[in-house]
Design a protein around this ligand. Sequence first.
Ligand SMILES: NC(=O)c1ccc[n+]([C@@H]2O[C@H](COP(=O)([O-])OP(=O)(O)OC[C@H]3O[C@@H](n4cnc5c(N)ncnc54)[C@H](OP(=O)(O)O)[C@@H]3O)[C@@H](O)[C@H]2O)c1
Length: 357
Amino acid sequence: MRHALALAAKGHAFVEPNPMVGAVVLDSAGQLAGEGWHQKFGGPHAEVFALQAAGERARGGTLVVTLEPCCHHGKTPPCTDAVLKANIARLVVAMADPFPKVAGGGIAILRAAGVEVHVGLCEADALELNAPYLKLLRTGRPWVHAKWAMTLDGKIATRVGDSKWISCEESRRRVHELRGQMDAIIVGRGTVAADDPLLTARPPGARVPVRVVFSASGDLPQRCQLRATACEVPVIVYTANAHKLEGWVADGAEVVAISDNAMSLDAVLADFGRRRFTNVLVEGGAGLLGSLYDEKALDEFHIFIAPKLIGGRDSHSPVAGKGISQMADSLALERVTFEPSGADVYVHGFAPRAQPA
Ligand SMILES: NC(=O)c1ccc[n+]([C@@H]2O[C@H](COP(=O)([O-])OP(=O)(O)OC[C@H]3O[C@@H](n4cnc5c(N)ncnc54)[C@H](OP(=O)(O)O)[C@@H]3O)[C@@H](O)[C@H]2O)c1
């Protein structure tokens, strides 16, 4: 199962909004006979690749798969048919698939056909691997990643808003790699005004993320890189003042009107869910990250700490918003790793409630 999970992870950024799935076939003597993984959205499922690779050796053997085989006609035929056709004797799955058209149905069909089925091996790892897919299914909201680069004194820009560059080249390369795995890159109006970012993945990755701006006021610059390139890479602006952004629409951006001036973040996240965005990356600034922190809407953190100092009472820190008053209420990241990234340190971790229950 550990090997199947490692195979599944190869599908990251290629399969979403589908889950990552890996599969291994052992022949009747327990020897590895075939393996496979779900390689791209709409493509064949992991079981199909593994069974094809095993061929006749699958007969009377064991199929080990990280997620329950599907039992419905989606973009491909049901995997349960392929499992039965291959005469598999035993099925070991890490977890049932909560996808409504499956939801235990695949397991039930195979059991009814006489296949010996075991569920739950390495379940916690499988839940962790597909946490974004599972969150989107359960809540209709995407998995929200936060990224910022800060100095040793906890600043993301100088007192006049200059932030180019805080992190080193290697850290910026990693951020571009991350962007290429996302469905959307999100910033607030302040960041567009201060940095005029392009927000594309350079070089391109597996996905082309939509570039998203939050601006209740609609007071965005008339000229900026996002607007100038809106026909090439999609741009969506969420605003309470859509009438101010007709020029952006004419230039190819999509403008989504949010009715309340407070810009309900949940309404925007729900809209992302309707678009089947699975992973989104918030790149700041402090105002937007602060609101998301206050709403407990952040799931995963990518923080680059540069050995530099900026100083200044008025220089931005990464997370504004209301914040908390008691340390007991602070968000303590889990599964935290610290890694050198050129001259910087890359801190990666998860919000605790992001842990599967
Ligand atoms: N070092 C880094 O990693 C990094 C990354 C990004 C930015 N920065 C720096 O951060 C600074 C900008 O930060 P900032 O705090 O001024 O701007 P920001 O967070 O980028 O933008 C804040 C704006 O976002 C809009 N917004 C819409 N809905 C919101 C909501 N629910 N909550 C909060 N904001 C919402 C508001 O625009 P309206 O006023 O139109 O309503 C608000 O004024 C710049 O100096 C930039 O260089 C640094």
